[in-house]
Structure formats: structure tokens, C-alpha cells
Design a protein around this ligand. Sequence first.
Ligand SMILES: Nc1ncnc2c1ncn2[C@@H]1O[C@H](COP(=O)(O)OP(=O)(O)OP(=O)(O)O)[C@@H](O)[C@H]1O
Length: 241
Amino acid sequence: MIRVSHLTKQIPGGPKVLDDLSFEIEAGEFVALKGASGSGKSMLLRCLALREKWSKGTYIFDQVNVQEQFLKGRSKVRREIAYLEESPRLYQDKTALRNVQIGSVNQTPFWRRWTGMVRSDDYMGAMDTIEKLGLLDKAHMKGNKLSGGERQRIAIARALVHGAKVILADEPVTGLDPHSADQVLGDLKRLCKEQGLIVIAALHQGDYAERFADRTFGLSGGKLLFDVKGRRLTEMERRKL
Ligand SMILES: Nc1ncnc2c1ncn2[C@@H]1O[C@H](COP(=O)(O)OP(=O)(O)OP(=O)(O)O)[C@@H](O)[C@H]1O
């Protein structure tokens, strides 16, 4: 479970871009972030991924106070709380399987990425996860030959293989065709339910939040305007964003 209390992000010498956000998210929940451009969706994800320093607030994940962790504890948190970029960076000249085995920049140690060395027992885990994402036939295809949606799903497999319990996704389907977008979000939703994964995704465009998420956070000016669970947004809520 994630418990965030009073998260505030003040840009030094600038504005408060996140203002006193508090919420709890249980294992198995898919939360969509909605809000106009500049409302703080990316900043919230970056703070939860520890890519931005918090100005104020406490952050508990699975009963561990995330901000009180030092080197070893922080690297464990980084493996467990994975950040999925809008266009995931894959090694273009390496296969999808190798990308999954090596891991992403934030999840695996530098030496491993630099040498490309993987343990022999990584193979089965990586192939199993690639299969769960329906991409077994792409496992030996090079990163630069994969479509946008396949790249996203390989990035999800990569995060899971390296221990992700939470996936933070910043507009993961921007630029994808509707079928690929549905596949990516459908996979994330299924993994939430099957593996108790937490997914928090900025999904402002279209009706993706309504179709795939269990909960919707409405953000405006860095504030959490509403937290809606198990129903569609009302017209009034929609107008506030
Ligand atoms: N490093 C920074 N310095 C100053 N202001 C920043 C910085 N990073 C973000 N901001 C501001 O914080 C606010 C929230 O930005 P954020 O990127 O989280 O918005 P967003 O909701 O993700 O928008 P979009 O949908 O356009 O990506 C914006 O007003 C932005 O200009």
C-alpha cells in the first residue's frame, strides 16, 4: 500500500506546483490522473518515483518510510516503484529479451547495464513475463524494430522482471493507435488484478481513465480536487479540470 501525506513541491524561488496532497492506494488499484496541462500530473509521478525532491510530506510504501531510506533501501524502492516514460528508452541494437533482462536505467546497477551481463536464471523469468504480455514472438526482435505499443509493453515486462510492485506511467499511450493503446492499458489493468500491482498513470486524453482505471484523481493547480472511485466522472467534475 502507498500512503502519501501532505505532499508539497515548491520550486525553489518559484511556484508551489504540488500543494498538500494526501491519499492512500491499495495493492491492485489502477489510478488515473486527470488534469489540464500544467496541473501537476507529471510532477506527482516524478515525486512518487523519487525523481524529484519533496519539499514537504511523508511517503510510506509497504510500511516503509521511503524518505528515510539510504543507499540500499532507496535502490530497493527504485526497483519496486518503476517509472514508465512516455517513450521508453530501450537499447535499440539489443533484442526485446535482452532489454528485459538488463533492466532500465533506474532499476538496475550501472555495471549491469554497461556490461550487458545477465544471470542464466534471468532467462526463464524474462521469457515468462514477455509471454504474459503476449509478446513471445517479439522476444528476439531488436529494440528499434518494435512498434510504440510493443516498446511500452516490453518496458512493462522489464519493470516487472526487476521487481516492480508499482508502475508510474506518464501518458503511456500518447501517440499510440487506439488498438495499441488498449493493449497497453489492458495489460496494466490485468496485471493490477492478477499480481496486485499498483498502477498510477497520467491519462488526461480521451476516455482511457473511465475505461481502464478503478479510481481517478482530478488535479488542478497542483491540488487534488477529487478522488473518484468505481464510477465515471460527473459533468461537474469534468468541467473543473
Ligand atoms: N523544474 C521546474 N521549474 C519550474 N516549474 C516547473 C518545473 N517543473 C514543472 N514545473 C511547473 O509545474 C507545473 C506542473 O507541471 P507538470 O509537468 O507536472 O504538469 P502536467 O500536468 O504533467 O502537464 P502536461 O499535461 O502538459 O504534461 C507546471 O506549471 C510547470 O510549469
